[in-house]
Design a protein around this ligand. Structure first.
Ligand SMILES: [Zn+2]
Length: 371
């Protein structure tokens, strides 16, 4: 079996994952250090009274620093301003988050807050963002070796969003910006957001796009089983957002813009060549905007998390988008992907250097995490 070939049976699987060796002594030692730290005060507040092991991710003898690009949080005080509560409770940061990170082998989480303020009036949105960004900065400052965070911005008020982005990155030390896949029904490619992308490009900071509901499709998604609103709606929101950013020429206008899309880029990771085919098969439908490249070529300059669930899906993502564009993601505290590290390690046909990049190397570079 080639070293990175996907295992076909349990024994082979154990052989493959053995390269990700967890030394018992190192694991026990590291487990004592961080388990149950209070996130703000730094005090050790172990809920169970027993330290849990911190997983050390090692590939062929080399310790990997892992960075989770897709980790949620929320602050109740900010949500109160919108008449909302954090849901689920695990969105509120506490000792259990570090315990989950330790158990899963996540060294650093890049925290983001899902937008729930895109309908808020200017003064409310301003207050929500100020509070959230300050809380994020405080949390990261208390545990700089475990957390970085994306700034939140009130995209529905683009001039305000530009100020919030600059303040969040320059004054508060936040490492990028998180946005929804649409802004209360308005596409990210809408020209009104150009000043925001110009500022993100100028700052060189990563834009993390997380899907939000697509209420226009709720009638089609309704049903008794499977939560289609989420399983189809979220990847579709991302797919639509990225497709407009490509076809409307936004990525040509801001060639230095660094974007990371959630959930492996939605459906584009699987079916992007159709975007090229339309301009060849039906060229009359590609005359509104003159693009500089084929649509799929833009996809290879964007970044994506690894939440795609199977080694075959990872193999395909690598083939379509490139290992250099993939960033480890968990979706914590949502229980979609609790074996995110193993999932990346099981990617067939990639080098150790690719694994190091996917597990955290690329994210560290994009987020300005120093070695
Ligand atoms: Zn998520």
């Amino acid at each position: 079996m080639r070293r990175h070939e996907f295992p076909r049976n349990k024994e082979q699987h154990e052989m493959t994952t053995r390269r990700e060796f967890i030394g018992g002594a190192a694991r026990a030692l590291a487990g004592v250090a961080f388990m149950g730290c209070d996130l703000v005060t730094g005090a050790h507040v172990n809920a169970q009274g027993a330290p849990a092991p911190r997983r050390q991710v090692v590939v062929n003898g080399r310790r990997m620093r892992t960075v989770d690009i897709h980790a949620h949080c929320a602050f109740p005080q900010a949500m109160e301003l919108l008449g909302l509560k954090p849901e689920p409770a695990g969105m509120v940061m506490g000792p259990s988050r570090l315990a989950a990170m330790d158990q899963q082998g996540i060294d650093i989480a890049a925290l983001s807050i899902n937008p729930s303020w895109y309908r808020a009036e200017r003064d409310v949105a301003q207050a929500v963002i100020k509070l959230q960004n300050e809380k994020l900065a405080e949390l990261c400052a208390a545990q700089p070796e475990r957390f970085v965070a994306f700034a939140t911005i009130a995209l529905q008020h683009p001039d305000l969003a530009v100020q919030q982005l600059e303040h969040g990155v320059k004054k508060l030390g936040l490492r990028g910006v998180s946005v929804g896949g649409n802004v209360d029904g308005v596409e990210l490619a809408d020209p009104k957001f150009h000043p925001v992308w110009a500022k993100a490009e100028e700052l060189g900071c990563l834009v993390f796009i997380h899907p939000v509901p697509v209420p226009e499709l709720n009638k089609r998604f309704a049903g008794r089983n499977g939560d289609l609103r989420n399983i189809i709606g979220f990847p579709l929101d991302t797919t639509i957002a990225l497709s407009h950013l490509i076809f409307e020429g936004t990525l040509d206008r801001f060639p230095g813009l660094k974007i990371c899309a959630s959930h492996g880029g939605g459906f584009l990771g699987s079916y992007a060549p159709r975007s090229d085919a339309v301009c060849i098969s039906l060229p009359q439908r590609c005359t509104g905007v003159t693009l500089k490249k084929k649509p799929t070529e833009y996809l290879r300059q964007l970044y994506y998390d690894t939440i795609v669930f199977t080694p075959e899906a990872m193999r395909h993502l690598v083939a379509e988008l490139g290992a250099s564009q993939l960033l480890l993601g968990t979706d914590e505290p949502f229980p979609w992907n609790r074996t995110a590290v193993d999932h990346v390690l099981s990617t067939p046909g990639v080098s150790d250097a690719d694994l190091a990049a996917m597990l955290g190397g690329t994210a560290a570079r994009l987020l300005g995490i120093r070695t």
